[in-house]
Design a protein around this ligand. Sequence first.
Ligand SMILES: *[C@@H]1O[C@H](CO)[C@@H](O)[C@H](O)[C@H]1NC(C)=O
Ligand SMILES: *[C@@H]1O[C@H](CO)[C@@H](O)[C@H](O)[C@H]1NC(C)=O
Ligand SMILES: *[C@@H]1O[C@H](CO)[C@@H](O)[C@H](O)[C@H]1NC(C)=O
Length: 269
Amino acid sequence: MANATVVVTSSWIPLLCLVVLSTCTAVSSAMECNGDDRAVLLRVKAQLGDPDLDITGTSISGPVPASYLAGATNLRTLVISDSRLAGPIPTSLAGLPNLRYVDLSGNFLTGAIPPGLVHGSFRFLILSRNRLTGEIPSCYGGDDVDTVDLSHNRLTGDPSPFLFGITRPATKINLSWNKLAFDMTEVRFPHHLRFLDLSHNRITGKVAKSLMDVRLEHFNVSDNELCGEIPAGRFMAAHAKSNSSRVRLDPVLRLISSKWEDNCEWQKG
Ligand SMILES: *[C@@H]1O[C@H](CO)[C@@H](O)[C@H](O)[C@H]1NC(C)=O
Ligand SMILES: *[C@@H]1O[C@H](CO)[C@@H](O)[C@H](O)[C@H]1NC(C)=O
Ligand SMILES: *[C@@H]1O[C@H](CO)[C@@H](O)[C@H](O)[C@H]1NC(C)=O
């Protein structure tokens, strides 16, 4: 986790007030600054030059305050998690040149994931537990991404272009609990992939043979619509202790849903 240097325990309103700095009257009538908010405002204001902003587990609501953050060119870390942010992720955040750690998990964010939100090396993009829709921008697979957690959203489409871009060996990718739909049979997973959670989606076809060449530490495709045999050669041999396509939950490799064989029938038909 990033170092947390600004922790705000009150509402989001102070930051909105901060947009217009001391003149709270310019903020819409629904967002008035009270005395407590002012105190928080002063604390945050004192930290404005700090590159790490971490506001977790508060009742802050409303949109991500893009206009407030627009001038924060040295912002490195933006954590506003488990709060009540709503609306789309502003595309303008992509213009913050030093932002490399974004955690907006556990909010009510909607719309598509803008491309290019994080920059530099060891990038983290954590947008889990929101209501995001659309496809995963392929740019996040690029080199030096460390963690991409988009789990528990409403993402759709085929994430293969994103997955193919992954070049760092220990990258952690979590796309579980979405609505991703694609045929896995011919997907060629990057050889150095180690952590991938694709469980609880709508993936069809067979478990890709290319996985035999991937030294997996965590790979979870349970609760999809996959069908057929698990490839058993090379690196898969360590996992594939069963030669059947029956339910099997290897602690490392969670491949199979209880509907496994039904899926085969269904896909044959
Ligand atoms: C992926 O995210 C889900 C839900 O947020 C979580 O339950 C799961 O443990 C994560 N998977 C891994 C491999 O960390
Ligand atoms: C997928 O499997 C991994 C490894 O067993 C586990 O850590 C993770 O929590 C699982 N993901 C979900 C969403 O259950
Ligand atoms: C695996 O194959 C062996 C030999 O062909 C067979 O005896 C065994 O029943 C199979 N195991 C399962 C779980 O299907």
